[in-house]
Design a binder for this molecule. Structure first.
Ligand code: CP3
Length: 364
């Protein structure tokens, strides 16, 4: 790297941090690691703070508490990235849809199932609702520095439009999101308006997260696997491409991770069609295929089965080894195929971090 590039790079957010290097296409000798849902109920210190806060959303909208929860796993395990503690469903809420988290029952929203039912959605309270989250981001960045985690990057995130629409239309979790799919198949123009609204909101939200200090962003398309090929192209790839382009217009150097869960072979079309810097893969994507087909085009992130982390022992060791052997030679970020399960023993997470850190592509 010549000195000119060094000076330019030193102004870029997060440059030099292992996570950002990997996400921008530089293979690392020891792959950086973070875990989806690394902050959460498997940690006793999280459960304690959540009880103090009251409900889950009270935690999300309290910047001091949310920042503390974001940093908890970093203190314990020293991952290469902290991920903002929040939830993807703050976007429907900021657009005016009623949201509740009931104890043990997951999220509940008042379903919107036609273009006419979209009428109450608006940007009137959007920024005001989300402003505590931006304060959390600023607090986390400052606190990571004062606590000496100067190599730890901060990842911001949002739900992808399709996954957000699934919750907005079905009104909560669902086996197949049939209500959402019925609207998408039956009234593509009306449903397209909902997707466009979410796309606009999501891009604005992620840009603000970056403005306030997020050094990379991840778009969670957790229910991409509920689509067929046509729906996937129209409602997963297209909106993600729009979001990538809107972010790049103001923040060309901030890496963007797309996570179209259960997309199978369409993960390749997603990478090509969206231009993301990195692609999150779930545990069903063969790592050798990912190395051959995806890694030449994007950094790959994944893909240990969360149940394997829950199990621990030899199964975990063998699977971690094979993921590293297949992917660590190129730009790669170690992660799970989906979020940590709440029954996971924290010791297993510590062992996983140690295994990945012991691995080096310099070893023969
Ligand atoms: O990864 C992290 O550590 C950051 C925090 C984070 C949460 N949710 C905290 C959370 C992130 C990135 C999310 C994203 C999210 N939220 C997704 C996409 C990723 C995925 O898991 O597929 C989705 C689909 C949601 C929606 C959501 N939030 C559901 C379905 C639920 C209930 C199910 C559950 O796990 O309880 C939540 C609640 C939620 N989000 C919790 C946490 C820590 C549990 C709330 C609690 O403390 O009771």
């Amino acid at each position: 790297m010549n000195s000119q590039t060094q000076i330019q790079n030193s102004r870029l957010p997060g440059q030099g941090k292992p996570l950002i290097r990997a996400l921008t296409g530089q293979a690392q000798t020891v792959p950086p690691l973070w875990l989806m849902r690394q902050a959460g109920r498997y940690l006793p210190e999280y459960r304690e703070l959540r009880q103090q806060a009251g409900g889950f959303l009270d935690l999300v909208y309290n910047p001091a508490f949310a920042a503390e929860v974001t940093i908890q796993p970093i203190r314990r395990f020293g991952m290469d990235a902290a991920i903002l503690f929040s939830d993807i469903l703050v976007i429907p809420q900021a657009l005016g849809q009623h949201l509740e988290f009931r104890e043990g029952d997951g999220p509940r929203l008042n379903p919107i199932r036609s273009a006419a039912e979209m009428a109450p959605l608006s940007f009137a309270n959007f920024e005001k609702t989300l402003s505590p989250i931006y304060e959390t981001i600023r607090t986390v960045r400052a606190q990571l520095n004062t606590e000496g985690f100067s190599d730890t990057a901060l990842i911001g995130f949002a739900g992808a439009p399709w996954t957000i629409a699934c919750y907005m239309v079905d009104g909560g979790g669902s086996r197949d999101f049939a209500e959402t799919k019925k609207w998408a198949y039956g009234d593509p123009d009306g449903f397209g308006r909902l997707i466009d609204l979410i796309t606009e909101a999501t891009a604005a939200y992620l840009i603000q997260q970056i403005d306030h200090g997020a050094e990379a962003v991840q778009l969670f398309d957790s229910w991409a696997g509920a689509c067929d090929e046509g729906l996937f192209r129209r409602y997963c790839i297209q909106p993600a491409k729009t979001i990538v382009n809107l972010i790049r217009a103001s923040h060309p150097d901030v890496p963007i991770i797309g996570f179209p869960r259960q997309a199978g072979r369409l993960a390749l079309d997603y990478v090509q069609g969206t231009g993301v810097n990195a692609i999150g893969i779930d545990q069903m994507i063969p790592t050798r295929w990912a190395a051959q087909s995806l890694q030449p085009l994007a950094c790959v992130q994944g893909n240990l089965d969360p149940v394997c982390l829950l199990t621990g022992g030899d199964a975990m060791r063998d699977n971690v080894q094979s993921i590293l052997d297949n992917l660590a030679g190129g730009p790669f970020v170690f992660n799970l195929g989906h979020g940590i399960i709440k029954e996971t023993p924290p010791d297993h997470v510590a062992q996983l971090v140690a295994m990945v850190r012991e691995y080096s592509t310099d070893k023969t």
